[in-house]
Design a protein. Structure first.
Length: 138
């Protein structure tokens, strides 16, 4: 079978949509007609998406100078928070970010816990607090 011709034809017929949309059957769809409701994605696709998303967040934090002179565990805290809250959401933690910049990690941790985010996701916040304060993965 000529897979390339079949692929080219399907691409032409389906069209590429990089954001989810409802197809004519009302199903949530993405890409070249991937039915997310019935088929979803597999674990390796999810892992690939996660890695790409982490790299994008890390690059943005790096470009903003937020990862300078931090060890891997503390970088991971900032990446984790930006991943969950979005880059702009993380920027709302002005006092925490300033404390991180000054290497005042106990204060940074306290600022993390003194937030609506910590009340909404207490287990995650506590783990990341411990990681920020100790500089070690939990």
């Amino acid at each position: 079978m000529n897979y390339q011709s079949t692929i080219n034809q399907l691409k032409r017929h389906e069209g590429l949509k990089l954001k989810p949309y409802k197809c004519t059957a009302g199903k949530l769809t993405i890409g070249y007609g991937r039915n997310l409701e019935d088929k979803g994605i597999n674990k390796s696709e999810a892992e690939e998406m996660l890695l790409r998303d982490i790299c994008e967040v890390e690059e943005r934090l790096f470009d903003a100078g937020m990862l300078d002179s931090q060890n891997d565990a503390r970088k991971a805290v900032l990446i984790n928070m930006a991943f969950q809250l979005g880059f702009n959401g993380l920027l709302g933690f002005k006092n925490m970010l300033e404390a991180v910049r000054r290497h005042e990690y106990e204060l940074a941790g306290k600022e993390m816990l003194n937030s609506r985010w910590a009340m909404q996701t207490p287990n995650r916040a506590k783990e990341l607090y411990d990681q920020m304060v100790t500089g070690e993965f939990q």
